[in-house]
Design a protein around this ligand. Structure first.
Ligand code: ARG
Length: 459
């Protein structure tokens, strides 16, 4: 039979293990069974295979499935091994299963079938994380904290505003994953080796049976294209990169005593009894490295491949399944860490005004009083050299007044009262004043929270 012939061609020699993808194909074992079933049903419906033979093949496939991937006969890949297992059970008629198809369209279909589930799981995890970010944000709309640029205190903000900044990024990650899903979810089956088939098949039918949203039409495109792998791995890498920022921030914030991870998301030291380490976040940060590697590895593998099928493609997908799963897990872990972490409101309030972080508000105030912003900036910059973290608002305001005289020869009172300056020097008031759209003022955040919840529900 043809199978014996193929077996003979895959008979051994030093390249045998190198050629075989059977072990890695465990990831597409279930997918291949589904693809086989859909194809056989379609072949029977089109009268290409007898109903009786189709029934025998389907029964054999159920048996193969029950025995599991580990029980498959040796083979070059899962497609060949399953076909052999079917023939072993029902004889040469099992070989009719491979009518009007090739392993090229078969593997492309399996990879898409498997990957769409992985992408949906990752997208689902982003929803869990977004929910955690929004929930914790709504508890901390008034919790003032230092905001940083260049890792230096820049302007006070709130925990809610900070968390929503990541919710926005993760929401775009959801969209990227779902976008990738849409392009993955197309059936290449029926393309055969790349050049179609003389059999009167129904590609739309197998697409429908497998739950695909239509076909990849051009048969050469269908069998060859793996841009969906590049897209999926890049969407995962982008999500992982966003997560690595969340992780890095929370590592730094726990180091400063601003936030404490729940014990379940921390780890201890085997030697230093006092340690509580943010290991889950460090691993989350680490996953981004692997994800970026997978995305660049995928593009490198695909670069310059000629049409139509080349065996390089056998190495293109297993890593994408793995990274999608790792990134999904990291996203769920980040969600749990965020949901259960304890923000130290007192420490945050204490640090919120450090480094004269309310200085921009003073310059804004002077400019609102009619002074050119650049002059105001110069005055406050001069004051910044004199203001210390322990200065009370009154003392700091006095130093701003002094600086105004140094820079312009005029007293501040020409523009604003000393009391107004003192007010904006208070971190909480400073935050409350910045109520522009998307700003950190509790009012502005309350409006955004509503929108973010609605967007989350819609996703
Ligand atoms: N295991 C192969 C893969 O993953 C299946 C396709 C083999 N086709 C071929 N023409 N050698 O790409």
């Amino acid at each position: 039979s043809g199978t014996a012939g193929r077996r003979a061609r895959f008979s051994g020699g030093p390249a045998r293990a190198f050629l075989s993808s059977l072990a890695a194909d465990e990831a597409i074992f279930e997918a291949d069974l589904a693809v086989d079933r859909a194809h056989v049903v379609m072949l029977a419906e089109r009268g290409i295979v007898d109903d009786a033979v189709a029934g025998e093949i389907l029964a054999a496939l159920a048996d193969v499935e029950a025995d599991g991937h580990g029980a498959l006969p040796d083979g070059e890949d899962v497609h060949e091994a399953i076909e052999t297992a079917v023939i072993d059970r029902i004889g040469p008629d099992g070989g009719r299963m491979h009518t009007a198809r090739s392993r090229n369209d078969e593997v492309a279909t399996c990879v898409r079938y498997r990957l769409r589930g992985d992408l949906l799981a990752a997208a689902e995890a982003t929803l869990t994380l977004r929910e955690a970010l929004v929930d914790v944000a709504s508890e901390h709309a008034e919790t003032v904290m230092p905001g940083y640029t260049h890792l230096q205190p820049a302007q006070p903000t709130t925990v809610a505003h900070y968390l929503l900044s990541y919710e926005g990024g993760i929401a775009r990650d959801t969209a990227r994953l779902l976008d990738a899903y849409g392009r993955v979810n197309r059936s290449p089956l029926g393309a055969a080796a790349f050049a179609g088939t003389p059999f009167d098949i129904d590609r739309d039918r197998t697409a429908e049976l497998l739950g695909f949203d239509g076909t990849v039409r051009n048969s050469m495109d269908a069998a060859s294209a793996r841009d969906f792998l590049a897209e999926a791995s890049t969407a995962c890498a982008t999500l992982a990169t966003t997560l690595s920022g969340v992780a890095e921030d929370l590592i730094v914030f726990s180091n400063k005593g601003f936030v404490e991870l729940a014990d379940a998301y921390a780890s201890t030291s085997s030697i230093m009894p006092q340690k509580k380490n943010p290991d889950t976040l460090e691993l989350t940060r680490g996953v981004a490295g692997d994800a970026i590697g997978e995305a660049t590895g995928t593009l490198s593998l695909l670069k310059g491949l000629p049409r139509a099928y080349n065996r390089d493609l056998q190495r293109a997908h297993a890593g994408v399944f793995e990274i999608a799963d790792d990134v999904r897990e990291a996203t769920e872990i980040a969600a749990g860490a965020v949901a259960t972490a304890d923000w130290n409101e007192a420490a945050l309030a204490d640090a919120a005004g450090d480094g004269f972080s309310t200085a921009t508000g003073v310059a804004d105030l002077l400019a609102m009083g009619g002074m050119p912003f650049r002059t105001a900036h110069e005055i406050v910059a001069t004051a910044a050299e004199r203001v210390g973290d322990d200065d009370a608002p009154a003392a700091a305001a006095a130093k701003v007044d002094e600086a105004a005289r140094t820079v312009t020869g005029e007293a501040l009172s020409a523009y604003v009262s000393r009391g107004e300056v003192e007010t904006v020097l208070d971190p909480e008031r400073s935050v409350a004043s910045r109520d522009s759209a998307g700003g950190p003022a509790p009012d502005a955040v309350a409006r955004d929270l509503e929108e973010r919840r609605a967007a989350l529900d819609a996703d």
